[in-house]
Design a protein around this ligand. Structure first.
Ligand code: SF4
Ligand code: SF4
Ligand code: SF4
Length: 199
């Protein structure tokens, strides 16, 4: 049992529920009256993405609409996290110099020995995929990228899809759930943001 009396399983279940709640809250539920079977949205297939880094630089938004998503239900809650620490970090010190994320968007919380929870602050995430690459190479691949529809402008032609070397981005029906690793499903929103475009 953890120090506050909760087991790791309780904690993970709570985390999954929390992440689902946050995702739905951030996206907004899809109004049934506005959804049509033919309406499509841009989505990343996390199983095709090769973490090339273009999601951070090619979006027309000043701040990319692509963010890192964490599938808590497949995370190992590892102490030595390949998505959090640089591979050449010679110990488990968690100082900024040892962290992979260039924007300090990942926080690490102690659960119980030897488990740690990793949380993405989407406001800080630039979608660079560095953590995704590390987690995919050395962990369970629970970090992955996705286009957030509360930010995406739903461009006719997605500028990232045009240059994605893995053809990982395509349009899918609004009726289908987000392509997200793990068990939870999130209904995407058709609501475009009011943010400015850089192009
Ligand atoms: S451009 Fe494609 S391969 Fe590169 S990070 Fe984005 S989805 Fe992944
Ligand atoms: S490493 Fe890149 S993709 Fe991962 S949380 Fe940080 S900014 Fe986002
Ligand atoms: S559709 Fe446009 S706003 Fe959305 S991810 Fe692609 S380039 Fe960015």
């Amino acid at each position: 049992m953890g120090k506050d009396g909760h087991s790791r399983r309780d904690f993970i279940q709570t985390s999954v529920r929390a992440s689902l709640f946050i995702a739905i809250g951030g996206l907004g539920a899809l109004g049934a009256s506005r959804a049509t079977a033919s309406h499509t949205v841009w989505q990343i297939d996390p199983f095709k993405c090769t973490q090339c880094g273009r999601c951070a630089t090619e979006c027309v938004m000043a701040e990319s609409a692509v963010k890192c998503i964490h599938a808590y239900d497949i995370c190992g809650y590892c102490d030595l996290c390949g998505g959090y620490l640089k591979p050449d970090a010679n110990d488990r010190a968690t100082g900024g110099e040892n962290q992979l994320c260039p924007t300090a968007a990942i926080s690490r919380n102690f659960i119980e020995e030897p488990y740690f929870e990793y949380v993405i602050d989407e406001a800080l995430c630039i979608g660079c995929a560095k953590c995704v690459k590390g987690c995919t190479a050395f962990g369970n691949g629970s970090f992955h990228l996705q286009i957030r529809h509360d930010r995406c402008l739903d461009c006719n032609e997605c500028a990232i899809a045009r240059v994605c070397p893995s053809e990982a981005i395509s349009r899918i029906s609004i009726k289908k759930p987000y392509l997200i690793k793990g068990k939870f499903e999130v209904i995407p929103s058709v609501e475009p943001p009011k943010s400015s475009s850089k192009k």
